[in-house]
Design a protein around this ligand. Sequence first.
Ligand code: G4P
Length: 194
Amino acid sequence: MELLKQKIRDEGIVLNEQVLKVDTFLNHQIDAELMLAIGQVFSRLFAENGVTKVLTIESSGIAPGVMTAMQMGVPLLFARKRKSLTLQEGLYTEKIYSFTKREESEVSVSKKFLAPDDRILIIDDFLANGEAALGMARIVQQAGAQVSGIGIVIEKSFQPGRQKLLELGYRVESLARVATLANNQVTFVEDNVD
Ligand code: G4P
């Protein structure tokens, strides 16, 4: 997605060879117009998949997720990282290990929002090692529902997430694929999804 890649070139900060900071438009401050454009592209890409619900993880997946859900005319459901006061029982729960943060977190979704006839589109802001997407896919499986596809805003293609998801048979669509962050610079994989 050229618009997104240009935004990354203009505003992304390469923190080191592993981490790209994009807090001017995705991870802290949010560019709502760009999120809408992202939602339109995901909605088009997965239009034929009979998606009934979009699933993401708080917090940074919510902005692209909600725009995608709005374009598709379906609800957005987000997995919660903290136990909520009002959400205690009847949960699907999975552990997700973050190699980037070196910590394990437990994410939960209420059972009442996932049904066996749901077709779920998983959306997330970053794909690195794939653990967040895999955790969400396991939650969908717990519910007996189907994963229709996985949509990623920024994929770090030099990390193994995409390969792991493809090996499990999931369709993965990433709007910006970063080939490397070497030399303090973002280089994209030469393919374009728009
Ligand atoms: P994985 O799910 O693909 O295995 O990724 P990983 O554990 O490495 O990522 C853990 C967290 O770090 C996620 O956010 C993910 O979005 C974020 N992350 C991973 N790589 C980058 C990067 O290069 N740049 C930025 N900005 N973030 C990255 P999170 O902990 O769920 O936080 P949030 O959603 O509340 O922002």
